[in-house]
Design a protein around this ligand. Structure first.
Ligand code: UD1
Ligand code: CA
Length: 455
């Protein structure tokens, strides 16, 4: 049966107290809805339909590249009403998985289990969960034989029903033909005056449809998010899962509670991560990479045996093997470091290609720079790459020595083996193997006397 996915995302999210629509709130650096849409893609759904309401324009813009079908639910009249909104776009046959834009972490494995339970027009599936404190949730009412009869919402439940600990997660898989038949027949004669999607379960029981239930492998898979507290709680649960996977794969995490992974990490053996490191985007770490405390690594590659010392930011950079970066280094996009490069404290690089074994150990800005191998960049060196309008390139040849506090006024080339004197403002090219000194000459005034304090 062809699979469609319907994602309900019309909720306002008032309790978020945010201008951002609820489904755009980030978890692990990605909007809640992004997690759900990506999960749907992983299931190879033929159609993914999103029911939107509040903040719809912003949401649609953020997902413009995703080939989603959209259905507006202008007024929120319940989950059943929300699914009614997609009926005109839903194929007559096949099956539909119903997900929620604010339930971000359901795994594809759990959903596949559910989808596989629906193998004809006379079965449907739902995910239920046993909860110690089921308050607020719809309860699963079963008969003496254990067969699901209906779902009763908390507000409509009798005292006997409120004792039931098996709850509805809201995630259903239903043949399209049944949705087309049942949804228009929903009534809102209940405590909340809403059209409940959950009422289709009683309809199914009445028609002897086989109702299969599964439970998720982990409770966090079906956690929904309504406020920032739940968002943070689920974020930590998710980060713990990421941390556990990294440790099982051989990464040493000094504290698995103090790591954030907002993307993917590909790594070799014997990677060591100190506390409070944030990984974003696609990060590739070689063997024996050591990352110090409080570093942020985004979309970067770090070669074997490299050390990133504490408080360094690495963004859009490629770092070779045997590098020493930081503490307090900032590598910006376009930085490409060959093997054995040292970038020390308070050094910023941007679009800087730096050759093997070169060093900039303290206090420098290397932007739009092409630097050879074996170069020593003195403390306080600045590439003056910007003339106020355009950016210009600084080229430094192999084994050059850039004296302390050199200003390299680009475009400019310092030749191989050349030296610049400390404090020089270099605006003309320096030939290979020469010394360039461009600073005021020191003079000595022997008769000079210090001013004396007035009485
Ligand atoms: C629903 C279920 C309940 C279940 C619970 C799990 C119904 C009637 N009840 O409760 O059995 O235990 O989820 O969390 O289905 N939404 C819309 N449009 C609407 C109403 C809701 O898009 O008109 C979306 C919300 O944005 C949210 C989801 O549907 O993502 C669930 O809505 P919510 O109000 O949280 O669920 P309940 O109705 O309380
Ligand atoms: Ca809810």
């Amino acid at each position: 049966m062809e699979l469609s996915v319907v994602i309900l995302a019309a909720g306002k999210g008032t309790r978020m107290k945010s201008v951002l629509p609820k489904v755009m709130q980030p978890l692990a650096g990605r909007p809640l809805l992004r997690h759900v849409v990506d999960t749907a893609r992983g299931l190879n759904a033929a159609h993914t339909l999103v029911v939107y309401g509040h903040g719809g324009d912003l949401v649609q813009k953020a997902f413009a590249a995703d080939a989603l079908l959209w259905a507006e639910q202008a007024e929120q009249k319940g989950t059943g009403h929300a699914v009614q909104m997609v009926l005109p776009q839903l194929p007559a046959s096949g099956k539909t998985l119903i997900l929620y834009g604010d339930v971000p972490l359901t795994t594809a494995a759990t959903l596949r289990l559910l989808i596989d339970k629906v193998d004809g027009e006379n079965t449907l599936g739902l995910i239920t969960l046993d909860m110690q404190n089921p308050g607020g949730y719809g309860r699963i009412v079963r008969n003496a034989a254990g067969m699901v009869q209906r779902i009763v919402e908390q507000k409509d439940a009798s005292d006997a029903e409120k004792i039931i600990t098996e709850v509805n997660t809201g995630i259903f898989c239903v043949p399209n033909a049944l949705l087309h038949k049942w949804l228009p027949a929903l009534k809102s004669n209940n405590a909340q005056g809403e059209y409940y999607l959950t009422d289709i379960i009683a309809m199914a029981a009445a028609e002897n449809i086989c109702i299969n239930t599964i439970q998720p492998a982990h409770a966090w898979e079906v956690d929904g998010i309504n406020d920032k507290l739940q968002l943070a709680t689920l974020e930590r649960a998710h980060q713990r899962v990421e941390a556990d996977a990294l440790m099982r794969a051989g990464v040493t995490l000094i504290d698995p509670a103090r790591i954030d992974v907002r993307g993917s990490i590909h790594h070799g053996m014997d990677v060591h991560v100190e506390p409070n490191v944030v990984f974003e985007g696609r990060v590739v770490l070689g063997n024996n990479v050591h990352i110090g405390a409080n570093c942020q690594l985004r979309d970067c590659e770090i070669g074997d045996n490299s050390t990133i010392k504490p408080n360094s930011l690495i963004d859009g950079a490629v770092v070779g093997a045997g590098a020493e970066i930081g503490p307090f280094a900032r590598l910006r996009p376009g930085t490409v470091l060959a093997d054995n490069v040292h970038i020390g404290n308070f050094v910023e690089t941007k679009k800087a290609v730096i050759g093997k074994g070169s060093k900039a150990n303290h206090l420098a800005y290397l932007g739009d720079a092409d630097i050879g191998s074996g170069v020593n960049v003195g403390a306080g060196t600045i590439t003056c790459n910007y003339d106020g309008v355009n950016k210009h390139l600084t080229t430094i040849g192999d084994n050059a020595f850039i004296g302390t506090n050199t200003s390299l006024i680009a475009p400019v080339t310092v030749g191989a083996g050349a030296t610049t004197g400390a404090g020089s403002a270099i605006s003309k090219d320096v030939p290979d193997n020469t010394l360039a000194v461009a600073r005021g000459k020191q003079i000595t005034i022997e008769s000079w006397q210090r001013p004396k304090k007035k009485q």
